[in-house]
Ligand binder design. Structure first.
Ligand code: HEC
Length: 98
């Protein structure tokens, strides 16, 4: 009885550790992909200083995702939603920190 409980606890702890590693790995991939896509397409009209300027207008994660879409559409970049998502993730991690 106790043994079974013990095993259940150990199993759930291992799963929790494993999934947090998997999540960190996924975030690292997202960041990298976002950084590359950003590098390739997003330095034409403005520099990175728009993300850190005093009066920046993006104030939430939602607004950031929208703005990334708007800018990529304006520039007619053939992007998938994943690309926009990755770039929003990258910009948030690096600059906005919502
Ligand atoms: C066709 C020109 C153009 C391209 C290319 C472009 N942007 Fe923009 N972006 C703008 C303009 C114009 C603004 C508004 C700048 C201002 O208000 O001074 C802006 C603003 C932004 C902001 C908001 C900054 C703030 O104030 O918080 C973000 C975020 C952004 N762009 C992301 C991107 C991303 C990501 C890409 C690549 C997909 C990109 N931009 C490519 C024109 C462009």
């Amino acid at each position: 009885m106790m043994k079974k409980l013990f095993l259940t606890i150990i199993t759930s702890i291992s799963l929790m550790i494993f999934s947090s590693f998997a999540q960190a790995e996924k975030n690292a991939e997202l960041y990298e992909h976002g950084e590359e896509a950003h590098e390739a397409h997003c330095n034409k009209c403005h520099t990175n200083s728009v993300y850190t300027r005093e009066n920046r207008f993006v104030k939430s994660m939602e607004a950031l995702s929208k703005q990334v879409k708007r800018c990529s559409e304006g520039n007619k970049i053939a992007w998938f939603d994943e690309d926009a998502e990755a770039v929003a993730h990258f910009l948030n991690e690096k600059y906005y920190k919502f």
